[in-house]
Ligand binder design. Structure first.
Ligand code: FES
Ligand SMILES: [Fe+2]
Length: 440
């Protein structure tokens, strides 16, 4: 810990006050290095953030039938998301109540019940303890054994348009309130499907990066970095983008055109830490309506109306704090493992009832930018590792997130609207983080 930090903040692990790691006043919005690097901060995040807010755990299409399950994490806590015989969805702590083994290790599967691999206790799809193995054999349990009821059930589970969220805090606000204006990103993204639904495509792409989990949130809604971090991709796209087709995802033509797009529209820092980049002006509705997928776009315009149509087909991305991102045609989720280690999972999806070639086109566009063969994602992951590397020393304490601060417009709803390419979306997470971390 540096001398300056100790002087201003009292210093010492015992006296750690994570909420003081944000320097916020009229002219400043800065985040202290330790918010990204400190184990004590990380531990506090698991208790005060991930155990208190709605966390994304999966999409309903991953568990369509009774007996289907998938595994996920709430922070560092492993959980099982299961569908019981009556169709209800349960989120269960993935830890045997006997001696703690993880019950399910597969990412997805179908079972009649969950049997612990260690000593064979059996649990129902809703988590209820169904059987204790060799219960009455010699050395077994007493007749009045106070058996646990079953796997710990996460007390709050709810879904919005197929996205399943869980909350470890029984007193948390309801999901609808929590999502607030962030629902617009979901509605518009999924609204590109004439049926209003998405279908996850195959298996997800999983990767880890050597950096803090909050770098991923900041980056997914960062219009500012694109031209710089992805310089190589921009040059390629400018040259070949139009001829290879990209369905407007990463506008080709010229670097200038790509820059202009990123300096249009609005950025949002929403209540509860969600963020949005929103632009109704990045797509040319007339061109789309006269292009190769005319019938599809006409159907969307009829469903959404002229004004909303421009948003639905425009460029947008959003984060739902603390672990869900909607960008391109993908659902992205991430989980913190350590202050400097994060796992990211990307699920590509199809828009139900959109033309097949249209979905294929977006798939090709994703391959071009994301994944092991993509031009863009490797750039971002490299930056996350550079970020963490840069924060290793203590000579400089604060990171500056003040871009566009002076033009932020706070609305009556509590949401903040910023200019495009401002850092309002990056500030969103820190505003919620500060509040949550201040609570004990
Ligand atoms: S730890 Fe699960 S049955 Fe023993
Ligand atoms: Fe990027």
């Amino acid at each position: 810990m540096s001398a300056m930090f100790a002087r201003e903040h009292g210093g010492g692990e015992a006296g750690l006050d994570p909420s003081s790691l944000i320097w916020q006043d009229e002219r400043h919005f800065r985040v202290h290095t330790r918010a990204y690097t400190d184990q004590a901060v990380f531990d506090a995040e698991m208790a005060r953030v991930f155990s208190k807010v709605w966390v994304y755990v999966g999409h309903e299409s991953e568990i369509p039938n009774p007996g289907d399950f998938k595994t996920a994490y709430i922070g560092t806590q492993p959980v099982i998301v299961s569908r019981a015989d009556d169709g209800s969805v349960h989120v269960l702590v993935n830890r045997c109540v006997h001696r703690g083994a993880v019950i399910a290790r597969e990412t997805r599967g179908t079972v009649r019940d969950f049997t612990c691999p260690y000593h064979g206790w059996v649990f129902g799809l809703d988590g209820r303890l169904l059987a204790v193995s060799e219960r009455n054999d010699s050395g077994g349990y007493a007749p009045d054994f106070d058996a646990p009821e079953g796997l710990h059930r996460v007390p709050k589970v709810d879904a919005y348009r197929g996205l399943i969220f869980a909350n470890l805090d029984p007193d948390a606000v309801d999901l609808d309130t929590y999502l607030g204006r962030a629902k617009k990103t979901i509605d518009r993204k999924f609204g590109r499907s004439p049926a209003g639904r998405i279908a996850l495509r195959g298996k997800p792409f999983v990767m880890r990066y050597q950096g803090n989990w909050k770098f991923q949130i900041e980056n997914i809604v960062d219009a500012y970095h694109f031209l710089h971090t992805h310089k190589g991709f921009v040059a390629l796209q400018a040259k070949y983008g139009e001829s290879t087709g990209d369905y407007g995802a990463h506008k080709g033509g010229s670097a200038k055109a790509m820059r202009q797009i990123r300096f249009k529209g609005s950025s949002w820092a929403l209540r509860h830490g969600h963020a949005q980049l929103e632009n109704s002006g990045t797509a040319d509705p007339e061109a789309l309506l006269n292009g190769p997928h005319r019938a599809y776009y006409e159907a969307l315009r009829d469903i959404h109306g002229e004004e909303e149509f421009a948003f639905v087909v425009g460029r947008m991305s959003g984060t739902i704090f603390p672990n869900l991102g909607l960008i391109h045609q993908q659902i992205r989720t991430w989980r913190p493992i350590a202050p400097d280690l994060t796992e990211v999972t990307i699920y590509l999806y199809d828009l139900v009832d959109a033309p097949r070639e249209f979905n294929e086109g977006w798939m090709r566009s994703q391959e071009r930018f994301y994944g092991p063969a993509g031009h863009g994602m490797a750039d971002d992951v490299d930056i996350f590792a550079r970020n963490q590397q840069g924060l290793a020393g203590s000579a400089v304490e604060w990171l500056v997130l003040e871009r566009g601060l002076q033009t932020d417009e706070k609305l009556a709803s509590g949401d903040i609207k910023g200019l495009p390419a401002s850092e309002a979306p990056q500030r969103a997470l820190w505003l919620a983080w500060k509040q949550l971390m201040a609570r004990r």
